[in-house]
Design a protein around this ligand. Sequence first.
Ligand code: V47
Length: 402
Amino acid sequence: MGVRANDPLLEPVAEKVAAGERLTREDALRLFQTSDLLGVGAMANLANQRLNNNRVFFSANQHINPTNVCILRKTCVFCSFARLPKEEGAYTCSLDEVYQEAEAARDNPTREFHIVGGLHPKLRLDYYLEMFRGLKERHPGVHIKALTAVEIAHLARIEKMSTRDVLVAMKESGVDTLPGGGAEVFGPGVRTTIADRKLVGDDWLRIHREAHELAIPTNCTLLYGHVESLEDRIAHLTMLRDLQDETHGFLTYIPLAYHPDHNELGETLGRTGTATTGMDDLKNIAVGRLFLDNIPHVKTHWPMVTPFLSQIALEFGCDDVEGTVVYERVYHEAGAKTPMMMSYSDLVRFIRGAGKQPVERNSLYEAVRTFDDDEIPDDFPGSTANSRPVHELTRLVGTERV
Ligand code: V47
């Protein structure tokens, strides 16, 4: 089965895709450079169909961000979420507040907590380990996907432990998988410009390698649409692909679209109010699918690129949709105008509307629920009623735990 591209420069790439051959960096550059978006999309669709047929995965998940206090507040200039400890809007949840927020899982069909936050100068490893144990005790059936490599390195530093030992302790306390955040762009030039003093690319990769060796699967990301060149993107994807060849521990790749509001980088670039374009969003999904031939899934993060574009992405190589979320903070702080959450039934409708077969998955991408052809599941009672923003809870309770 082959695909035809309108751009003649894409013909050799299309032939490789049809033959199932691995693409080179030069191929990826052609894919990024062409304006033949539909040609690129058709190739990515073919690659995805081979791996996932018509299935599109989604998860019933809840994002929890225990703190936005971050020592990198001044140097990660693309981030709108972080605060200094005494800055307006700074919050840090007590464990009880985290548990209270997680209570939303009782009314929702939640199967995964996605837990990430800032690099707090005083929160110790014990706070997180107790949180994981407490969540598992209260919600034994819910997987925990927690802490980026950047947070893990920070905890290792303040605890004077190795990152491997931090990972072992996390696993023993109930962590099942790691999210893919903190990767940004590995190339040192871009990284110094947008995230100076953040964990370097080699260390991000090392920590994911360690996680894979400990049988903790992880996700991976690329933050695109700021100062990076196409070559920077491709170098980053190559490093992800190389690690995956070695460990096979990545579950899904998520291209993250840079949002320029309320952060220093957006102001410096004069980009406030101007997020990435639909063309670039679809290209990043499609090139991700084509180049990362060894990563089983490519996820669209609908809170960033809109549910509308995410639905179209399902024809551009994407087989995995961000879940119910419940309360999204990182991108909404950066100006995202999308909804904060999506109901379970809307996710099913959204996937079916693209002519695909919705499959609810757990964190390990095992199918946990499929649906009859026209079945739209009921929503769950009080699906969002219990989810209150953490900073609202913090204002009510007024906690600064550390
Ligand atoms: O690492 C921060 C990004 C990431 C902005 O693993 C921004 O399933 C755009 O990694 N504009 C964290 N992006 C989120 C993340 C993630 C999201 C969804 C699913 C998974 C997963 C992981 O958010 C950060 C950074 O790359 N980010 N600020 C911004 N202004």
